[in-house]
Design a protein around this ligand. Structure first.
Ligand code: NAD
Length: 313
């Protein structure tokens, strides 16, 4: 296997690249260090990879890379590069999302035409679903995103399907449900909650706290991603959820237990673009990919907290 990992300096991409390198795979990473969070944090994600002889990094936006040349001897593509985050996708910055999530995906797919790649795994999102679908969420319902970010992730997913149908590019889309663990992006919930508690600041709670999320530990997401590259059905879409669906209020309770510190909550208005609930039906991923999450929410939160308190926040 030779892998191309886009977004390799990011939270999930760096964990994925490490797992691949550890398994003896040659990995070419590509990342342009977008400013969605500070570059030193992305450099830190790469620290171990930079020592690995089987890893190399191309620092460039996908749109400026010679993708056809890069793909010449690549067997598996993992496409994780994107502008993530729902709340900032409103307003004038939407173009950042269309460029990095939609246009970059189309260029990558175009470059894959006629190449001997065995799979192109695309990191989609539970954000494609929106609030109108029945729970648990199944892949065959009609997605109706409630954020501009979700629209771009769905558009790129549709491009993957289109390039599969029309050009036989063997794409597989994974709808990740809230991924967490060491290196979680600083704008994401758990990272913000832990730093608020350790710095004795109030934790903002948008809405009544009864909204639910299906949380996925990053190692489980990585395992699913590699399984999708091996066994995913070309043209397919899979939910990847950790099976730990809980209310936000319960998360706060766990954070109190894990940190052993009090947690002050500041209640704020619900945010536009935030889904009310997410809950993955993972029947399809279990059947086709053998996906079975292994890390409970409490174990995963402990791992993330230990990583943060070891000087990584
Ligand atoms: P991240 O921001 O940590 O990683 C994304 C990386 O992609 C960044 O390092 C960024 O610099 C890079 N990048 C962005 N646009 C690029 C471009 N045009 N060219 C080259 N590099 C580019 O985010 P993450 O949380 O690791 O998310 C990874 C993927 O998973 C994204 O596609 C995201 O939409 C998806 N996803 C994440 C979650 C989650 O909970 N973290 C949930 C659902 C889906």
């Amino acid at each position: 296997m030779k892998a191309l990992v886009t977004g390799a300096a990011g939270f999930i991409g760096s964990h994925l690249a490490e797992r691949l390198v550890d398994a003896g795979v040659t990995v070419v990473g590509i990342d342009c260090f977008t400013d969605n969070y500070a570059r030193p944090l992305k450099e830190r994600n790469l620290q171990r990879l930079r020592q690995a002889p089987r890893f190399s990094l191309i620092e460039r936006p996908l749109a400026e890379a010679d993708l056809p040349a890069l793909l010449d001897d690549v067997t598996h593509v993992f496409h994780l590069a994107a502008q993530p985050g729902v709340r900032n996708s409103w307003g004038r910055d939407f173009r950042v999302y269309t460029v990095n999530n939609v246009e970059a995906t189309q260029l990558l797919l175009e470059a894959c035409i006629g190449k001997p790649v065995e799979r192109v795994v695309y990191a989609s999102s539970s954000s494609v679903y929106g609030d109108e679908v029945p729970l648990p969420m199944r892949e065959d319902v009609r997605p109706q995103p409630v954020s501009p970010y979700g629209v771009t992730k769905l558009a790129a997913e549709q491009l993957c399907y289109l390039y599969h149908v029309s050009h036989s590019v063997p794409t597989v889309s994974l709808r990740y449900f809230t991924v967490y663990g060491p290196r979680q992006r600083p704008d994401m919930g758990f990272a913000r909650f832990f730093s608020a508690v350790t710095q004795d600041r109030a934790v903002p709670m948008f809405g009544d706290g009864r909204q639910t999320r299906d949380f996925t530990f990053v190692a489980d997401a990585v395992t699913a991603t590699i399984a999708a590259a091996m066994r995913g059905k070309p043209g397919g879409v899979y939910n990847i959820g950790g099976g730990s669906r809980v209310q936000l209020l319960h998360v706060f309770e766990l954070i109190r237990q894990v940190t052993g510190r009090p947690l002050r909550v500041e209640r704020l208005e619900p945010q536009r673009g935030d889904m009310r609930d997410t809950y993955a039906d993972t029947t399809r991923a279990r059947a086709d990919l053998g996906f079975a999450p292994t890390v409970t929410l409490e174990q995963g939160l402990r791992a993330q907290y230990e990583w943060m308190t070891a000087g990584h926040d």
